[in-house]
Design a binder for this molecule. Sequence first.
Ligand code: 2U9
Length: 344
Amino acid sequence: MEQQLKELQTEALAKVEAAADLKQLNDIRVAYLGKKGPITEVLKGMGKLSAEERPKMGALANEVRAAVSAAIEGKQSALEQQAIQAQLEKETVDVTLPGRPARTGNAHPLTKVVEEIEDLFIGMGYSIAEGPEVEMDYYNFEALNLPKGHPARDMQDSFYITEDILLRTHTSPVQARTMEKHKGQGPVKIICPGKVYRRDNDDATHSHQFTQIEGLVVDENISMGDLKGTLEVFAKKLFGEDREIRLRPSFFPFTEPSVEVDVSCMCGGKGCRICKETGWIEILGAGMVHPNVLEMAGFDSKKYTGFAFGMGPDRIAMLKYGIDDIRHFYTDDIRFLKQFAEHE
Ligand code: 2U9
């Protein structure tokens, strides 16, 4: 039996030494040290031994177990160490390789145009005012001289949440709210950029969602000359110093008198596809704030006058970048948007 146990030890130690990986080592552990292993089998024959021999064999069996177990543990840490070393060698980083360029996003073309226009007006002393896109009928229509049943409401059909709450059809309610906050005290000098909504059938030049920037100045002695001078400075800064503007009479319920504003075309007046051979491109609507609008917001229309204007950044961005379909702004095709990245 002693011989058998010693042979088992030699055999087990040789196998441990030869184990190539942790799985093989674990198989050896189960085979030699498990309950059904050969050491246990040998010890089953202990009944045949004399009382003198039995404890000696018991002690020897424990020694064999301990030796095999220690060898397995030693081999296990050696194999683990080897695995770490191999991984470290495999994962060496070549710090001299060039890095992968970080992917960066870019501003939406409408954001770029809106921010450029905001900067121009901030430079002229305007503040930026914002308001809710879900708006009350009062601020969207009533306060702007568009009472219920007014025919001009038909041009601005909206998405109604209730009879008195709707998605705003223009940013003008922001001006109405700002004037109300001033409690009849001038000056007010703001521009209001934002998203607006109208019930419309979408096509290349119409979208049920679009952007607006409207401006409002209310103070004593504000005249149509101030309006014209402001819009001339704005148009030259945005389109180029060589451009001219012209005003044509128009109608808006919230301004009186009202005008449409054209900027001379980049073709220099010769006529081209963009200006439809007229030499002029319509970019703005404007006018002197209607006395009813001033009074409804709490301003004394005998003391105060004001001008207001409105423009569509969608149309300006289309002119500026040569975009032929307004829907590109809202369908978020990454190939379209990426063209407005400043750096490639
Ligand atoms: C208040 C008083 C007056 C805002 C104005 C326009 C003329 C105008 C359109 C142009 C193209 C908007 O983008 S567009 O569809 N706007 O023509 N807007 S005057 O007048 C106001 C607004 C608020 C309290």
